[in-house]
Design a protein around this ligand. Structure first.
Ligand code: ATP
Ligand code: MG
Length: 571
């Protein structure tokens, strides 16, 4: 493509509305333009990368034997009433009425529509297993659309749904999708991890996320250095109970005045103890309207996903308000402790393993030291309710955990019969009896992948595309061509030859200063740059640079085309 024919302009300044680097660079390089909050237009340049992502996803889905379909974005509300999600889905679901006042939704996902399709088309177990997928626009009225297309309201997803006669077949289908996903993200040149995930509101049993590793990622992932490459969302990663038994009490219980010291940091400094020797108490709402106390080691964080699964704790987790805390303990937050507590109490395994610990005294400005479970208060039930921290042993027993950040680009689920039962999607089994089909579902955020790829691959000058996702493979930069027929002719000749060889070339034929052209080429992140300049031609040379390289290479004019083609093919 000739740059002079490409009307979208690059921007030098960092756009103030963009918080993360991928959003900034996508706006600056002219890949997307905002229409409304969380709603974007893809420019010709941006669309080239989006299509590359789509193509890789489509090829790997096809290779895995999935069948492409295209379902409507607008879906009748009856289907959502049938599945029970019309009530459950909440304000992320965009609802609307047609001219006859019939309710519809704009699809945030397509379980209902595909299950309806499957129950009409599939009659016998002999037609199973089958996997239908589509690449299509979704709408979710996200509470905080942000980071550009990373968390948009309108976005493109690849969603696939598999149908099986039994659980064993689902497991095989799930494994095939997992393998296809690994191939896709590997082909895209992204560094990623497959992590065990919470099944959340969708329900079902096994579930894994595909996370692109990037420091700005919204999700914290626990990654083991063990040979089994264990990785799990921190929401889910189990923290093993300490291996060593609790030491015997060595100190006497003491009351210590701690005027105005409320936070763990303040109390630890004041008592001259490490936070790991303190026990903090958090009060959450109970499922019966009361409160439930959870004791944690001072340096640990409560894990909401684990906590809301404890018997008696309200789900989703809600922290108790100041009034119910005072009613339950007689004291304000900051001085809470487990001794003499009247409400239900759980203790995290690590807190329960402490002897001679310090904690709040349930009186204003009072803490206790030398506290011991079993001696000063009954030992409560030990549970796993904390987030894992770096250095924790891997739950598989192999290696130690570190915490990385990731961007969720894909999610695969074994759904089971949740939708097929609710919507009576049955087939006849071998004995002629109708049985609900067993389902799996498999999503990929196509638009999010583009942002995640940039988040992982950029430098101070701009985007550094992994070759398989770059909008163009080569940027061809003639310098001062207006003044030099030789430069013009050589550049045109190279452009024609590269194009004829099937290379995707962006030809910077603009009448712009060299500095502007170089800055734009770096911002756009195209892997291979070839410069044609008068001085080089005099010496019979061309200047080449790979986007990831620190320095230029000087190539002889003779054979330069062949060298470039070989580099492009190498990726
Ligand atoms: P998240 O936790 O990020 O909200 P999700 O669990 O709601 O994601 P799924 O319902 O599993 O997402 O959707 C499948 C994929 O679609 C996700 O893995 C993600 O890549 C993508 N996706 C989900 N929501 C958005 C969004 N608002 N904008 C862009 N992509 C999204
Ligand atoms: Mg979501």
């Amino acid at each position: 493509m000739r740059w002079s024919h490409y009307p979208v302009t690059t921007v030098k300044e960092v756009p103030s509305e963009a918080e993360v680097v991928s959003h900034q660079l996508m706006l600056r390089a002219g890949l997307i333009r905002r229409l409304a909050a969380g709603i974007y237009t893809w420019t010709p340049l941006g669309l080239r990368t989006l299509r590359k992502v789509e193509t890789i996803v489509r090829e790997e889905m096809d290779r895995a034997g999935a069948l492409e379909v295209l379902m409507p974005a607008v879906q009748p509300a009856e289907l959502w009433q049938e599945s029970g999600r019309w009530e459950k889905y909440g304000p992320e679901l965009l609802r609307l009425s047609d001219r006859h006042e019939r309710p519809f939704v704009i699809g945030p996902t397509h379980e209902e529509v595909i299950t309806d399709f499957a129950r009409r088309e599939l009659k016998s177990y002999r037609q199973l297993p089958v996997n239908f997928y589509q690449i299509q626009t979704k709408f979710r009225d996200e509470i905080r659309p942000r980071f550009g297309v990373m968390r948009g309201r309108e976005f493109i997803m690849k969603d696939a749904y598999s149908f099986h006669a039994d659980a064993a077949s689902l497991e095989r289908g799930y494994a095939a999708m997992r393998e296809a996903y690994v191939r896709m993200f590997t082909r895209m040149g992204l560094e990623f991890r497959v992590v065990r995930a919470d099944t959340g509101a969708i329900g079902g049993s096994a579930s894994e996320e595909f996370q692109v590793l990037a420091d700005s990622g919204e999700d914290a992932i626990a990654v083991s250095d063990g040979a089994d490459q264990y990785a799990a969302n921190v929401e889910l990663a189990p923290a093993l109970p300490p291996a060593a038994p609790r030491p015997a009490p060595a100190q006497a219980l003491a009351r210590v005045a701690t005027p105005g010291r409320r936070t763990i940091a303040e109390v630890a400094t004041f008592l001259q103890l490490p936070p790991a020797r303190l026990v903090k108490l958090l009060l959450v709402e109970g499922s019966d309207g009361g409160v439930v106390a959870i004791a944690l080691r001072g340096d640990h964080e409560l894990n909401a996903v684990k906590a809301q699964k404890l018997p008696g704790v309200a789900s989703p987790l809600r922290m108790a308000g100041p009034d119910s805390i005072r009613a339950a303990t007689g004291v304000a937050p900051g001085f809470l402790g487990p001794v003499g507590l009247r409400c239900a109490l759980y203790a995290d395994h690590a807190a329960l393993a402490l002897a001679d610990f310090a904690c709040g005294g349930n009186e204003e400005d009072l803490h206790l030291t030398g506290v011991n479970w079993g001696r000063d208060l009954p030992a409560p039930q030990g549970v796993d309710v904390r987030n894992v921290v770096p250095g924790d042993p891997s739950p598989t027993g192999e290696g130690r955990l570190s915490i990385r950040r990731g961007i969720e680009v894909g999610h695969i689920f074994q759904l089971g019969t949740k939708y097929s039962e609710a919507m009576q999607a049955t087939v006849l089994d071998e004995s002629g009896k109708p049985v609900p089909m067993t389902m799996g579902c498999y999503g990929i955020g196509i638009t999010r992948i583009v942002a995640a790829a940039i988040e992982q691959n950029h430098d101070a000058a701009g985007i550094v595309w992994p070759a398989p996702l770059a909008p163009f493979q080569v940027v061809l930069v003639p310098l001062n061509a207006a003044k030099s027929a030789r430069v013009r002719d050589k550049a045109e000749e190279l452009y024609a030859a590269l194009t004829a060889a099937g290379v995707e070339v962006l030809f910077d034929d603009r009448d712009a200063r060299p500095g502007v052209k170089f800055a734009d080429a770096e911002l756009l992140g195209i892997p291979h740059r070839l410069v044609v300049a008068e001085r080089g031609l005099d010496a019979g040379r061309l200047e080449y640079r790979h986007r990831r390289a620190a320095a230029n290479e000087d190539w002889p004019l003779d054979g330069a085309l062949e060298t470039l083609l070989a580099r492009v093919r190498a990726g």
